[in-house]
Design a protein around this ligand. Structure first.
Ligand SMILES: [Fe+2]
Length: 192
């Protein structure tokens, strides 16, 4: 379980391929001054996953759980491939998040922090194709309850790398500083 950085990556030259560079620029513009904000991101992601063939032709092949496609001061875009049956631990982002699931299934479990304890507030099952904006402020865990790897664009409305955030050890009810190592280390394989 690792993160791969696909930067710089060269999108396909195929005529009908999804133009990732234009998509990233449009996301960046939407989150700048005078932009329509996260609502516009929902629309952009909806449009992006509408043509699955074009989207896949315009994205690198996903070989890791997380592939960083773009990060700048306003937006971070990952392609996320969740392993079936793996429960990734609760974490926060401190920014709006839009998920565009274009393959497989992804379940988001949301939490509230009450007196330093995490309390589950709900589950949202997504089946591709689906676009979902996380409720805010979001603490969520994700799991792929399907049989195959999931495939999704995750658009974070800010610079994720420059954001101090948290990951939780649910068993010990411990709130920790987010690191990738902890995030993957706290992931648990669910029994079949
Ligand atoms: Fe997340």
């Amino acid at each position: 379980m690792t993160t791969k950085t696909a930067s710089p990556f060269t999108p396909s030259d195929k005529v009908n391929a999804f133009n990732f560079r234009a998509f990233a620029d449009a996301c960046r513009d939407a989150l700048g001054e005078g932009g329509r904000g996260p609502d516009a991101i929902v629309q952009l992601v909806t449009d992006a996953i509408a043509d699955l063939g074009a989207l896949k032709a315009g994205l690198p092949e996903l070989t890791e759980d997380e592939t960083l496609l773009h990060m700048c001061d306003r937006v971070t875009i990952f392609a996320i491939r969740l392993t079936p049956g793996l429960l990734y631990p609760p974490h926060n982002h401190f920014m709006p998040v839009v998920i565009g699931l274009y393959g497989g299934a992804e379940t988001n479990i949301t939490y509230d922090e009450v007196d330093e304890t995490l309390v589950s507030t709900g589950k949202k099952h997504l089946k591709a194709p689906a676009v979902h904006r996380l409720p805010e402020p979001a603490i969520h865990a994700v799991v792929n309850e399907g049989q195959d790897y999931s495939e999704a664009l995750h658009v974070y409305c800010g610079n994720l790398a420059n954001t101090n955030r948290n990951v939780w050890d649910l068993e010990r009810q411990k709130k920790l500083t987010f690191t990738e190592e902890r995030y993957f280390g706290l992931s648990q394989q669910l029994s079949a």
